[in-house]
Design a protein around this ligand. Sequence first.
Ligand code: NAD
Length: 255
Amino acid sequence: MAGRIEGRTAVVTGGCSGIGLASVRRLAQEGARVVIGDVDTERGPQVAEEVGGLFVRVDVTDKEQVDGLFRAAEETYGSVDIAFNNAGISPPDDDSILDTDLDAWRRVQDVNLTSVYLCCKAALPYMLEQRKGSIINTASFVAVMGAATSQISYSASKGGVLSMSRELGVQFARAGVRVNALCPGPVNTPLLRELFASDPERAARRLVHVPMGRFGEPEEMANAVLFLASDESSFITANTFLVDGGISGAYVTPL
Ligand code: NAD
């Protein structure tokens, strides 16, 4: 039986870990040819081998490398149909605005926001020529609500990803290219585990706001990515796609 995205080429940044890795596996399961763009040269080749895809070492903050990633996808598989622009960081020195210095601010903006601009800019020409494509950019629930545990540059970067995705979705809707922002709630990945390992109180504080009473799993994000990538979401664009266990809808949470 053909998969839900059989024969399409999907580029996934940050595909060596967490949400990206689960998505690489899910997209491949449904028939996509997957190109993994990541800085992790140890895991990258293993992941590519596992799914029969291609690994390209790329730092998503570098324009030439990002252009090379999408070029490699087109040259290897003949199209760029799906771009899941997902690589991101959440370092501990990005904290309250009172304690976050300019270097930390800039590093997070580069990896989380400028990278998405670069990836969209690189992917769009291929998709516009095909008159078909689906771009999914990873934002976050913190793009739509204030977090008690502030990470000022991270939150601002995700707000930027959300706004950019919405604008691109509107601009290219009639050209056959859909652009959506995936907004995960807190997800059980190395990024979140590292952030909270040093501060269990902080983790507990975040968990208390999730109506479902647990963190999401990467596979639950991957299912949303698959849906947004496939034609099943053909009337969905410029969307704030929240997959958050109810966190953004809650005023109080049940005990
Ligand atoms: P993760 O740390 O598990 O994986 C991130 C991946 O990105 C890694 O493979 C890493 O090597 C790669 N990466 C980092 N910097 C890179 C760079 N400069 N160039 C190329 N690759 C780079 O993280 P995750 O939790 O799976 O997060 C994925 C995305 O989801 C991020 O954008 C993150 O902000 C977002 N997000 C995560 C959560 C959460 O709770 N985990 C919630 C909301 C949004």
